[in-house]
Write a protein that binds this ligand. Structure first.
Ligand code: NCD
Length: 369
């Protein structure tokens, strides 16, 4: 049986998601209580990229459940600096720990890692690609605060190109019957692998408006994100993105919740923090409960988080080149096998790691190192 894994929310069935939230509700009622559900379990926390909330909330979750953590949060203290591949690191850590939580700067690194892990694996963010545990935190908040997900209208604002939280979230909202409105500069719109999933897989729509003001009357939730400057090419690093301030608050509906995965930079001014609609700190607090529930189920239940995404692997026709996405783990790590997949809702082959559509023609790969 494969080990439990969460590369994307596709690895959770609807029943898994319900069970996860039910368990997080139980932890919410007993918050502060320590338990021994993960006693004697060791979880590796491998962070190849900076993080505050995600790493500390995972570590808190493991420790509140009585387990132990080990790992690194600075790659200068790992063998990456000696040239070790991600695959080798994951194989080794699988023989030490009962589970692995990994954040990595390259898109698709989570898929590559889980392919090489023999223990439970959680994607804590893979480059600009996905961030499923943030999405579970967001959905958990909506379910508790709004009482439902289905039927909500959510504005996704800011950098929708390089922000991984909104990629996982847009797909999950479409899956659970909510509607998205995108508020982003044209150059920072959703990648096609996300919009294809929303529209072609789930029959949702992706609409764009130019300003938050243009959708204020219809939105139940305003989901803000920062510009992901560290990942954007130089010409996009200073593109102005939408902002929430006291003036915008005055025009907003009294029941619109303002969310943000955090950290915020200046897309929400501090004067907004004391408004009852500012929900981002409460949203973040729920992240520990969701991660406690996730790890508890992944490490103790033989059926949880084992669903495979409905992708059909295909033998690559020569006409499809290796992935040319400069952010993809395949272009960064030597010897990663070429793996096109075809999704049932879109027959153009995509990279199995980062999901970018593959170009026709055998392009020479220039950045492989
Ligand atoms: C996000 C991330 O790392 O993608 N932060 C988080 O995990 N809460 C968002 C961001 O960095 O902007």
């Amino acid at each position: 049986m494969p080990a439990a894994h969460l590369v994307s929310t596709d690895n959770l069935t609807d029943r898994d998601v319900e069970r996860l939230f039910a368990r997080a509700d139980v932890f919410a009622r007993t918050s502060g209580l320590r338990s021994s559900r993960l006693a004697d379990r060791l979880v590796a926390v491998l962070f190849y990229e900076p993080s505050t909330r995600t790493r500390l909330s995972f570590e808190t979750a493991v420790m509140r459940l009585g387990g132990h953590t080990m790992g690194f949060s600075d790659i200068r203290s790992s063998s990456v600096t000696k040239g070790e591949t991600l695959r080798d690191t994951i194989r080794i850590v699988s023989s030490y720990a009962d589970g692995i939580i990994m954040r990595h700067p390259h898109a698709g690194a989570a898929q590559l890692a889980t392919d090489n892990a023999s223990v439970a694996f959680v994607n804590a963010g893979d480059g600009p690609h996905l961030h499923p545990t943030q999405t579970l935190t967001d959905l958990f908040f909506l379910r508790r605060d709004k009482g439902r997900i289905e039927g909500l209208t959510v504005a996704l604002c800011g950098d929708l190109l390089a922000g991984r939280t909104v990629h996982s979230l847009a797909t999950a909202l479409a899956r659970f019957g909510a509607r998205c409105v995108c508020v982003a500069p044209r150059q920072l719109g959703m990648p096609t692998y996300v919009s294809d999933e929303v529209t072609k897989r789930y029959g949702g729509v992706i609409e764009y408006v130019d300003r938050i003001e243009d959708c204020l009357a219809e939105i139940d939730v305003l989901y803000m994100t920062r510009l992901q400057r560290e990942r954007l090419p130089v010409e996009l690093k200073d593109v102005p993105i939408p902002r929430v301030d006291a003036e915008l608050l005055a025009k907003m509906r009294p029941d619109t919740a303002i969310l943000h995965p955090l950290p915020r930079v200046d897309e929400i001014t501090q004067e907004v923090d004391d408004d009852p609609r500012a929900a981002y700190f409460r949203q973040a607090a729920g992240g520990v409960l969701v991660r406690m529930a996730l790890l508890d189920l992944m490490l103790s239940d033989d059926e949880f988080a084992r669903a495979e995404p409905p992708f059909t692997p295909v033998t690559p026709p020569d006409a499809y080149a290796r992935c040319a996405n400069q952010d993809c783990v395949m272009t960064k790590e030597p010897g990663v096998p070429h793996r096109p997949v075809v999704t049932p809702w879109n027959d153009r082959p995509r990279c199995a790691f980062c999901e970018h559509a593959l170009e026709q023609g055998t392009l020479p790969l220039t950045r492989e190192s």
